[in-house]
Design a protein around this ligand. Sequence first.
Ligand SMILES: [Fe+2]
Ligand SMILES: [Fe+2]
Length: 152
Amino acid sequence: MANEKIVKKLTDLTQLDIDAAHAYDQALKHIDNKEHYNNIARFRDDHIDHINDLSAMIRQYGGTPPEVTKDFKGYLIEGMTAIRSLTGITGALKAMETNEVLTNKTYNAALSDEEANWPNDVLQLLRKNYADEIRHLEYIRQAINILESVKQ
Ligand SMILES: [Fe+2]
Ligand SMILES: [Fe+2]
């Protein structure tokens, strides 16, 4: 695939991860349980790593990575809307679940994008990031299940 196309696809993923990092920052304000807070903060940091690693890759392929501003890029609309109206830790985790379903779907689609025919270094990075996204979603779903079973 031409470098230009690689840059374009990696830019989309970077913008998704920028939204995800912002969403985690918002969600953290609603999480008062220390263990969940620390784990969710670590996931936020994973997304920051994703942004930095993708940005380095974009530069390597001759592009300019998107700026990391406080602006919401519009990739995680549903989850961000949920964050604005949420209450409590379960609400925060559910909003994050919505977001992580989308990050998982997007990384999965990127990896199975045959047209992309990713160079090896890009492929390794996408696989690593996707593995993180899978781990995030699993943890969040488990945490929601436990919180909801305790509530009843
Ligand atoms: Fe990410
Ligand atoms: Fe994630």
